[in-house]
Design a protein around this ligand. Structure first.
Ligand code: DOR
Ligand code: ZN
Ligand code: ZN
Length: 419
């Protein structure tokens, strides 16, 4: 008898159809038209839709070292409430994750505090011991442009030897691809100044430079424009996009709340990016959830940190785009789950026998305007307030109901996917 059987309309083999899925020991043990029994049997009505749990391959949960902005509990709770059942956390925590000891300390510190499954990036730094780090991470991260944290690495002579070692591991390399040498340090008073200082040419330069290492599986984070997407694809790289670059332009806010790296672009550039997205040219959503406190963001533009929270809102907003017919369900499932699982070698991303039993379940009649007070990030603000979104009704992680009737339930049970 399976531990659990879930019955309802679900996204199976590329389409929404009625199916029943059996779960044993946290994994999907069968998918069929009818599966009898189940210690727990979840019969969903026809108004519910079961999707594979979403994966966010790009979050900054700030733990350890900057837990006034976010910590692992609040950040992963925020993920869970946004339908995300696995996050990959960036290495610009304090101290930065560039060596094995720091990585293992970070793993010990967050153990037992995560509401969803998680993995940690290690950052490239001069002389990093790639072979020691590789067994414990799903991927590496390279910051070629300066931003929060101090792990910039933009010197080809230092990057090249590391790239050989990365290629040998076969692991992907997510890149913050803004060439720091092309970023102007002129004073900034608004998003327009920030945009002027950080041109798309700095993004193109990184793609050119990284194409010298054909053995490395490069993933370009937070693409901001259509040409960058095409250049990345031509180089054989995968790509991510954030909701803020898709929806907002540089005139969005007069203050620093929408200061972010890479910057919000002008409206024609944003529209071009959205068109790339609509045409299915971008592989994955990566929220680049980068929480900073309200008081940090209220500083003068020049001193305020860059970053926008988004782990809880990215998929709900994307699903509203499905509901309103802008984009297909198939594409959102691919960009939000399937492709990330395949790029980062996660046993997730589809409702298929043998995969982890992670599901996000929705009632598409329940469209809500985002209420910032009801989000779970510690940072306490979001630029998405008032926007329409479809939040999950139920979330199952590793075969356990972790969110029911829209509310989180139970203890944090997320696991390290490279633990
Ligand atoms: O705006 C950003 N904020 N871009 C990044 O690449 C890092 C992030 C952060 O950690 O705050
Ligand atoms: Zn980045
Ligand atoms: Zn980031």
């Amino acid at each position: 008898m399976p531990d659990m059987v879930i019955c309802g309309k679900m996204f199976v083999e590329g389409a929404l159809q009625y199916a029943e899925v059996a779960v044993d020991d946290g994994k999907i043990s069968a998918v069929a038209k009818h599966i009898p029994g189940g210690d727990e049997r979840i019969e969903l009505g026809s108004s519910k839709t079961v999707l594979p749990g979403f994966i966010d391959p790009h979050v900054h949960l700030r733990d350890p070292g900057m837990t006034q902005k976010e910590d692992f509990s609040t950040g992963t709770l925020s993920a869970l409430c946004g339908g995300v059942t696995c996050i990959l956390d960036m290495p610009n925590t304090k101290p930065p994750v560039t060596d094995l000891e720091t990585l293992m300390d970070k793993k010990r510190m967050v153990k037992g505090r995560s509401y969803v499954d998680y993995g940690f990036f290690a950052a490239l730094s001069p002389g990093a011991r790639i072979n020691l780090l590789a067994p414990h991470v799903p991927a590496f991260k390279l910051f070629m442009g300066s931003t929060t944290g101090n792990i910039l690495l933009n010197d080809d002579a230092e990057i090249a030897p590391l790239m050989e070692q990365i290629a040998a591991t076969g692991l992907p390399l997510s890149v913050h691809g803004e060439d720091d040498a092309m970023i102007s340090k002129e004073p900034e008073k608004c998003n327009r100044d920030h945009l002027r200082n950080r041109p798309v040419a700095a993004e193109f330069s990184c793609i050119d430079r990284l194409s010298r290492y054909p053995g490395v599986r490069v993933n370009i984070c937070h693409t901001t424009n259509a040409e960058q997407v095409e250049r990345a694809k031509a180089a054989g790289f995968t790509t991510e996009v954030t909701m803020h670059h898709l929806l907002f332009n540089a005139d969005r806010n007069p203050d620093a709340f929408c200061k972010v790296n890479p910057p919000l672009r002008d409206e024609p550039t944003r529209v071009g990016l959205f068109e790339s997205f609509r045409q299915g040219r971008i592989d994955m959503f990566g929220s680049d959830h980068a929480p900073h406190t309200v008081s940090e963001k209220e500083q003068e533009y020049g001193s305020a940190p860059g970053g926008i929270p988004g782990v809880e809102t990215t998929i709900p907003i994307a699903l509203d785009l499905v509901r309103s017919g802008v984009i297909s369900m198939k594409q959102i499932v691919a960009m939000g789950s399937f492709n990330a699982a395949s790029v980062f070698n996660l046993n997730k991303g589809s409702i298929t026998e043998g995969k982890d039993a992670d599901f996000a379940i929705y009632d598409f009649r329940d469209v809500r305007e985002i209420d910032v007070r009801r989000l779970h990030s510690k940072c306490g603000w979001s630029p998405y307030g008032g926007m329409r979104a479809v939040f999950p009704d139920m979330v199952i992680t590793g075969g356990r109901v972790a969110l029911e009737d829209g509310e989180p339930c139970g203890e944090p049970a997320g696991r390290d996917i490279r633990g």
